[in-house]
Ligand binder design. Structure first.
Ligand code: NAD
Length: 501
C-alpha cells in the first residue's frame, strides 16, 4: 500500500528505480514483436523516452489469437468451476493493489495524469473491478423456460470465446479493467491491445494475472499501433468479440472490420460532449461551480464524459462563470509526480496540437477566453495546457460540437428548460449529461428528456461498479460495468430437451 505522505522527491526517486518492460505478453511469456520492431514510449511531462515498446502487428495477432483459442478450447479457464475462477480474479485484484505504487507510477509517467489520481482512482478502481466480477461470477444462475410438461427448455450463458479488448490512453488500466474484468470472469480468453500512447500498465498486469493463477494464454497483451495490430485483431477470423473503447471515428471502423470479416460481436464505448446544465435554482451554486471545473479539468479534460459544454441559465450566467473561473484557477497544470498537482500533462504532442487547434478555433469563432487559452510550463519539455474557459459560445461552434479531449470548457447560456433540453441534445454524442436544480420534478423531467447513457442530478462523474456505463447515439453501444457488462462477453444458448420419450 502507498505511504500516505510520499513527496515529489519520493516519487521521482521511485520513478528513477522503476524497471519498465515494453514487450508483448503471449502464451504466458514476455516476447518481442515477431518483426523485432519497437517504438518509443514518451513521458509527456518532460518529453523523454521511458522505454522501447514492442510494435506488434498482424503476425503477433495471429500468435496471440492462436494461444487464446488453444487455451479456450482446452477448457482450463473457460470450463473451470466459477468459484475457482472467482478465486483467481480476486487474487488478481489483490495483486494489483499490492503493486499500487508501481502501477500508479507507470500510469502517471506514461500518460501524464497526477499521481494523486492514479494512486486513488486508477489502480484501486482496476483492482476493485477484478474482484467485483470475480465475486459475482459464482452467484449468477441460468434459467429454465416455462415450457409444456413434455419438454425442458434451458437458457444458459456461455463465454463467447476469444475476446479482443482495444482500449484508449486516458485511463489505460481502468478502461482495460472494465473490459477484461467481466470478459475473464465469464471464462473467455482475452487479448488486450493497449493504446500505443500508454501501454505500460497493461504490459505489467499481464504477468500479475499469471501470478494470480490464470492459466497461460488466457490473458495476452499486444502493444502496438491501431492501424497495424488493432486492425489485425478487428479483422481476425478467429476473434469472436471486440470490446472497444476509443473515438467514435475508430469505433465506426471497428464495425466495418467486423462486417468485412466474421461478424464478430463489436461493443463500442466512444466519445462524448457532455452537457452540464445548471439552473438558477441549483441547491448550492458554489458546489456546482466547483464540480463544473472538476468536470472539465480532471484528468486534463481527457475524459469521455468531460463536462465540456456548460449550459447555464441566463439569469445567473455571469455570476456562475466567475465562480467556475475561480475554481479553474485552483487547478493549474503541474508536474504529474507532485502529489499536490490536480491537473497534469497532455498525453503527447499530437494531442497537444489538437487541443491548441481547438483553442484557436474558439478564439477565431468569436468565443471569449475567460481563463487560460495557452500552453504553460514549457520549460519542463512536456505538454501542458492551462485550464481554459470560453464564454459566449453558441452550440453550433466547432468547440461546442466536436470532442476536444482536453481542458477546454465552452459556456453557453439558455433561457428556460425547453431551450436547455434542445441545446443539450443537439450533439451527435449521448454518453452522459448532468443537471443541477433544487426542483426534483424538473430534475426528473430533465433526466427523462436528455439523451444519454448516464444522467447525474446535482453531481458530476459519480457512480461505481454497480451501475452500467455506456452511450446513446454515436457514443456507442453496449455497457461497461455492472452485471450488464457480462452480456457482452457471453452467448445465450437455448437447449430444448424432449421429455416425452
Ligand atoms: P482512438 O480511437 O484513437 O484509439 C483507441 C484505441 O483504438 C487505441 O488502442 C488505438 O490504437 C486503437 N485503434 C486506432 N485505430 C485503429 C484501427 N484502425 N483499428 C483498430 N484499432 C485502432 O482513441 P484514443 O485517442 O485512444 O482515446 C480517446 C477517445 O476514447 C475519445 O474519443 C474518448 O471519448 C474515448 N473514450 C471513451 C470512453 C467510454 O467509455 N465511452 C472511455 C474513455 C475514452
Amino acid at each position: 500500500m502507498t505511504q500516505p505522505k510520499l513527496t515529489l522527491a519520493d516519487w521521482q526517486a521511485r520513478a528513477a528505480d522503476l524497471d519498465i518492460r515494453g514487450q508483448a505478453f503471449v502464451d504466458g511469456r514476455y516476447v518481442d514483436a515477431a518483426s523485432s520492431e519497437t517504438f518509443a514510449c514518451i513521458n509527456p511531462a518532460n518529453g523523454q523516452t521511458l522505454a522501447a515498446i514492442a510494435a506488434c502487428d498482424a503476425a503477433d495477432a495471429d500468435a496471440a489469437v492462436a494461444s487464446a483459442r488453444r487455451v479456450f478450447e482446452a477448457g482450463h479457464w473457460s470450463r473451470m468451476a466459477p468459484r475457482a475462477r472467482k478465486a483467481v480474479m480476486i487474487r488478481f485484484g489483490d495483486l494489483l493493489e499490492e503493486h499500487l505504487e508501481e502501477l500508479a507510477l507507470l500510469e502517471t509517467l506514461d500518460m501524464g495524469k497526477p499521481i494523486g489520481d492514479s494512486t486513488t482512482i486508477d489502480v484501486p478502481g482496476a483492482a476493485r473491478c477484478m474482484r467485483h466480477y470475480g465475486e459475482a461470477i459464482d452467484k449468477i444462475y441460468d434459467e429454465i423456460a416455462p415450457t409444456p410438461d413434455n419438454a425442458l427448455g434451458m437458457i444458459t450463458r456461455e463465454p463467447v470465446g476469444v475476446v479482443a479488448a482495444i482500449v484508449p490512453w486516458n485511463f489505460p488500466m481502468l478502461m482495460a479493467a472494465w473490459k477484461i474484468g467481466p470478459a475473464l470472469a465469464a471464462g473467455n480468453s482475452v487479448i488486450l491491445k493497449p493504446s500505443e500512447k500508454a501501454p505500460l500498465s497493461a504490459i505489467r498486469i499481464a504477468a500479475l494475472a499469471v501470478e494470480a493463477g490464470m492459466p497461460e494464454g488466457v490473458l495476452n497483451v499486444l502493444p502496438g499501433y491501431g492501424h497495424t495490430v488493432g486492425k489485425a485483431l478487428a479483422l481476425h477470423m478467429d476473434v469472436d468479440c471486440i470490446a472497444f473503447t476509443g473515438s467514435t471515428a475508430v469505433g465506426k471502423q471497428i464495425m466495418q472490420y467486423a462486417g468485412q470479416s466474421n461478424l464478430k460481436r463489436s461493443w463500442l464505448e466512444c466519445g462524448g460532449k457532455t452537457p452540464n446544465v445548471v439552473f438558477a435554482d441549483a441547491p448550492d451554486l458554489d458546489a456546482a461551480a466547483e464540480a463544473a471545473a472538476f468536470a472539465i479539468f480532471f484528468n486534463q479534460g481527457e475524459m469521455c464524459t468531460a463536462g465540456s459544454r456548460l449550459l447555464v441559465e441566463e439569469s445567473i450566467k455571469d455570476e456562475f462563470v466567475e465562480k467556475v473561473v475561480a475554481a479553474g484557477e485552483r487547478m493549474p497544470a503541474g508536474d504529474p509526480l507532485d502529489p499536490a498537482t490536480r491537473m497534469g500533462a497532455i498525453v503527447d504532442d499530437v494531442q497537444l496540437d489538437r487541443v491548441m487547434g481547438y483553442i484557436e478555433a474558439g478564439k477565431q469563432g468569436g468565443a471569449r477566453v475567460r481563463l487560460g487559452g495557452e500552453r504553460v510550463f514549457t520549460e519542463s519539455g512536456g505538454y501542458f495546457v492551462a485550464p481554459t474557459i470560453f464564454d459566449n459560445v453558441s452550440n453550433d461552434m466547432k468547440i461546442a460540437q466536436e470532442e476536444i479531449f482536453g481542458p477546454v470548457l465552452s459556456t453557453i447560456s439558455f433561457r428556460d428548460e425547453e431551450e436547455a433540453v434542445r441545446i443539450a441534445n443537439d450533439t451527435p454524442y449521448g454518453l452522459a449529461a448532468a443537471v443541477w436544480t433544487a426542483n426534483m420534478s424538473r430534475g426528473h423531467r430533465m433526466a427523462r428528456r436528455l439523451r444519454a447513457g448516464t444522467l447525474w442530478v446535482n453531481c458530476f462523474d459519480e457512480g461505481d461498479l454497480t451501475v452500467p456505463f455506456g452511450g446513446f447515439k454515436q457514443s456507442g453501444n453496449g455497457r461497461d460495468k455492472s452485471l450488464h457488462a457480462l452480456d457482452k462477453y457471453t452467448e445465450l444458448k437455448t437447449t430444448w430437451i424432449d421429455l416425452s420419450r
